[in-house]
Design a protein around this ligand. Structure first.
Ligand SMILES: Cc1ncc(COP(=O)(O)O)c(C=O)c1O
Length: 476
């Protein structure tokens, strides 16, 4: 076996950016190279249309005669794996079907799976990511970034971003935020992990959570060694008045602006009760403001953090407003907790400094506000279309939780939730049922509202109409 792969070879080998590990096997160099390239195409590592390096470049990189490469290319062209055209070089043939693609989907022959629409939580209309504006911000940020920005960075996050966020959060969400108390993290998930670690290190044993929410975060807390007593939810939000009777609880995790998944806003009274509880017990409110930018009615709902910055850890994220792929989020931390969270984060920055500088530029240039405004309009339109379509095709279904955010709750007749989910799946529509979000400790026999949780932001404009029609067609 001969392995000609080296780092420097890879870069020049596929100057178009494709990186490939080639293992040349067999008795001769030509047969070895031909076999290695054939296998790379067959396995899908080299995809149709990929341009191969010029024979001279590849020969130089591998230290073999150019004629060996030329002959190898000619053989693969003759076999149909590659195509060679004057001016566009040698490319992987379009018809060269990777074996892996078939294996991955489990599809053989002509039958195909029904196309699916997903209206599941966590997705957004990714087609609307503001690519040109983001690129422009990245270019400006890179142009002016000082040389020291290319180092490991401050583990709390880049000061430009923390300063931009301090302004933005106080202007838009009523958060008290000095840059020194903002920590950049890799998604809310990361921020909550750090907080759980810090709470555990302080000797806390329990964090109360909403009775309905993402199981992912409940698991995260229990994995950190914390117990998670549930707080019931009603039309005023989480029953924060139950906190006093729970005992031994060091913090409560809430989604006050738009409870996930029910969509209710935490009422002013319940907010005040949560803050009073935190003040009297020395507890903390962990405020997950995941979609706080998206409010459609005129009633502003600011952050709970504004009521008492010393008793609230505020979390925001770019996942809903921009894209989860950025993995950028922020937390505003009370001064007394700062050393513990900083210790939990460690000494090395984990979020790309270049993304942080780009986001800082994106916010200070006003592009973020413009983007959020335009998304808000578009999601409001979708929400109105959802309500209108259901009113026509299923007038008995009540839609709730939609004054804000990106998801709505479709309240179903008792006992029909799993039926509706199955009917939707048969039509190729993936949605969530309310039961999916229920806290594991809740009594399964207790009467709960059957409902679908529909993330109407999860598809592109072109797929939305089809998804909506399918949804309406499966209503009981
Ligand atoms: C309730 C809730 N919190 C937070 C987030 C954001 O998480 P992250 O910042 O880790 O992407 C989401 C995303 O779907 C969410 O649904």
């Amino acid at each position: 076996m001969m392995n000609f792969q080296t780092n420097s070879a890879t870069e020049s080998l596929f100057g178009t950016g494709v990186d490939l590990h080639l293992e040349l096997r067999g008795p001769g160099l030509r047969a070895g190279l031909t076999g290695a390239l054939r296998e790379a195409v067959r396995s899908g590592r080299l995809t149709p249309g990929t341009r191969l390096p010029a024979s001279r470049t590849l020969a130089a990189d591998l230290g073999i005669a150019r004629s060996t490469v030329t002959e190898c290319y000619a053989e693969l062209v003759a076999e149909g794996w590659l195509t060679a055209q004057q001016g566009s070089g040698t490319r992987v043939a379009q018809r060269a079907t990777p074996r892996r693609a078939a294996a991955r989907t489990g599809q053989t022959g002509p039958q195909r799976r029904r196309p699916t629409h997903g209206l599941l939580p966590g997705a957004a209309d990714f087609a609307e990511f503001p690519r040109p504006q983001w690129l422009a911000a990245a270019r400006r940020a890179l142009t002016v970034a000082p040389h020291d920005a290319f180092g490991y960075g401050d583990p709390l996050g880049r000061v430009e971003l923390r300063t931009a966020l301090a302004d933005y959060l106080s202007r838009v969400r009523g958060v008290y935020a000095e840059p020194e108390r903002i920590i950049i993290c890799s998604g809310f998930h990361h921020g909550l992990t750090l907080t759980a670690r810090a709470l555990k290190a302080r000797g806390e044993r329990a964090v109360a959570v909403e009775a309905y929410g993402l199981g992912l975060y409940r698991t995260l807390l229990t994995d950190a060694g914390l117990s998670i007593p549930p707080l019931p939810i009603d039309e005023h939000g989480a029953r924060t008045d139950d906190l006093a009777s729970l005992g031994g609880v060091g913090a409560v995790l809430l989604t006050p602006a738009h409870q996930f998944p029910t969509g209710v806003a935490l009422s002013p009274e319940r907010r005040a009760v949560a803050i009073d509880w935190a003040r009297t017990t020395g507890g903390l409110v962990l405020e997950d403001d995941y979609d706080g930018e998206f409010r459609y009615d005129r009633k502003p709902v600011g952050a709970v953090q504004g009521l008492d910055p010393d008793r609230v850890v505020y979390f925001g994220t770019a996942s809903k407003s921009l894209a989860p792929a950025l993995r950028v989020a922020w937390m505003v931390v009370p001064g007394h907790l700062l050393p513990d969270i900083t210790a939990a984060k460690g000494r090395v920055e984990t979020v790309s400094v270049l993304e942080q500088l780009t986001l800082a530029e994106f916010i200070t240039s006003g592009a973020f506000d413009r983007h959020v405004r335009s998304r808000r309009q578009s999601y409001r339109r979708r929400r109105d279309q959802l309500v209108a379509a259901l009113a026509q095709s299923a007038p008995d279904i009540r839609v709730s939780g939609m004054a804000a955010g990106l998801q709505a709750v479709l309240e179903l007749p008792p006992g029909t939730e799993s039926w509706a989910l199955q009917a939707a799946a048969r039509q190729g529509l993936m949605v969530s049922g309310m039961a999916e979000f229920r806290h594991e400790e809740l009594d399964r026999r207790a009467a709960t509202q059957d409902a679908l949780v529909v993330n109407y932001s999860a598809v592109s404009d072109s797929a939305w109409e089809g998804a909506l029609n399918t949804l309406c067609s499966v209503m009981p």
